[in-house]
Design a protein around this ligand. Structure first.
Ligand code: EPU
Length: 416
């Protein structure tokens, strides 16, 4: 397995362009199942989760090929209704094929994805929502078997905000009879991007980006061309790198509006932030100020930036508090940061971070995607050499992360 080796100390500077958002690309790939024909996706990130999702779609009968920088998905012949359990287990997002398969061919079988390193992550709200739309669901040997002659519009009220739950129901409802209302829907930019993609295909969705989404069912959808939105989490990761190495980094081709609560925290921590129409520039200070950060659904501070922000605060001048409210077990990076000299204690979902003047390099292990990113950031700022193991977690969601950091002046390389 590959390692990433980082020699810390060099201030990062220059421009970096973000890739398309993984968490926008995956549901849009799933929604191609709702139509029979050729969909073209632009700005798809070259990350392993996209490769895995392509394998799931191929197993269902889709033909997929890369055309220069585009991904072309032909769903004319969807002749399988069972997603391969081995693939679904490796990537939770592949559960999103259930609703579209059900809406298009009336049946589907997908294994329950199970928990992962950041929490139990049940899919009960996806299943309850599909039942409300009239799906008949059965749990057999760890898989959900679903059937429906045609789904029927209804009102689904989510007790808590769920991003992929909202996306799943939105997709399933596009071909239902009548209108579906999703109440307490997630407002994340990726939900809006999916609604826009579905509307380009002929769906009638209004309210995406608010907590109430209305979907008026239509009888069919037609293929379209979609541009994947920039990855706000990748953008944030590079901005933290600029800030915590005392550097000067400009992230190009991003959507600053999607980053507001994160940018607010970055400023509060003392970084100098300038924002343009599609770029953000950050200049770091000698030592960050301590702050309090609480993760919550959009537009609040994203849980997917919590680990990276913690790496920055680990070297701040004082005591910071980080409260993780979205996932119950998303503080696995704390132990690894402590191996690098960080002083962090955990109480339930809260981490108290007492900044130290300088982290030091150490061999560490990425426990999930964002934990891995935080360790690379810590390594870029630390004294000495850090090796990050289990790099496959990073490859799931960051496109060539070490190449992009190296282009900003980071001393970083992948070791086979
Ligand atoms: N939840 C339930 N039941 C459900 C669904 C969710 O209890 O049926 C709970 C979860 O366990 C969690 C909370 O609701 O405690 C919110 O989870 P949500 O459903 O919003 O998360 P998700 O849709 O599974 C997506 C992203 C995650 C990101 C979260 C939160 C994708 C493919 N994944 O997950 O991305 O952290 O929203 O913003 O969009 C990542 O990219 O590193 C990542 C983990």
């Amino acid at each position: 397995m590959d390692l990433i080796e980082v020699e810390g100390g060099a201030p990062l500077s220059g421009h970096v362009r973000v890739s398309g958002a993984k968490n926008a690309a995956l549901p849009i790939m799933a929604c191609t199942l709702l139509t029979a024909g050729e969909t073209r996706l632009r700005n798809v990130p070259r990350v392993s989760d996209v490769v895995t999702f392509s394998q799931v779609l191929r197993a269902l009968g889709a033909e997929i090929h890369a055309d220069v920088d585009d991904l072309v998905i032909n769903t004319a012949h969807i002749d399988q209704y069972e997603a391969p359990p081995g693939l679904v287990k490796t990537m939770r997002a592949s559960f999103l094929v259930l609703g579209p398969l059900l809406a298009r061919i009336g049946q589907a079988r997908v294994s329950l994805p199970g928990g992962d390193a950041i929490g139990a992550r049940p899919v009960n709200l996806h299943l309850e929502g599909l039942r409300t739309l009239g799906a008949r669901l059965q749990l057999e040997q760890g898989s959900v078997s679903a059937q429906a002659d045609r789904l029927c519009g209804s009102t689904v009220t989510f007790p808590i905000s769920t991003v992929t739950g909202t996306e799943h129901l939105m997709m399933a409802a596009t071909l239902a009879i009548g209108t579906t209302l999703l109440e307490n829907a997630a407002c994340e930019p990726e939900v809006v991007a999916l609604a826009e993609a579905l509307n380009r295909m002929g769906a009638r969705i209004t309210g995406a980006g608010t907590s109430c989404i209305a979907i008026e069912g239509v009888s069919e959808l037609t293929p379209a061309v979609h541009e994947i939105i920039p990855d706000r989490i990748e953008a944030g990761t590079f901005l933290v790198a600029g800030a915590m190495t005392g550097g000067d980094v400009t992230v190009d081709r991003c959507t600053p509006d999607h980053l507001l609560s994160f940018l607010h925290c970055l400023c509060a921590a003392g970084a100098q932030v300038d924002v343009g129409e599609d770029w953000v520039r950050v200049r770091g200070v000698e030592r960050a100020k301590p702050i309090e950060v609480t993760t919550a659904p959009y537009p609040a501070f994203p849980t997917d930036m919590q680990a990276q922000m913690m790496a920055l605060l680990a070297q701040a001048d004082g005591r910071s508090l980080i409260v993780e409210t979205v996932f119950e077990n998303r503080l696995m990076h704390v132990a690894e940061l402590c191996r690098m000299g960080a002083e962090i204690s955990i109480d339930g979902g809260q981490a108290t971070v007492v900044g130290v003047p300088r982290l030091h390099g150490a061999p560490v292990v990425a426990t999930d995607l964002r934990a891995g990113a935080s360790l690379i950031l810590a390594g870029l700022a630390a004294k000495g050499i850090t090796t990050v193991a289990r790099v496959f977690h990073l490859d799931r969601g960051y496109e060539r992360i070490e190449t992009k950091f190296a282009a900003l002046g980071g001393k970083i390389r992948r070791v086979a």
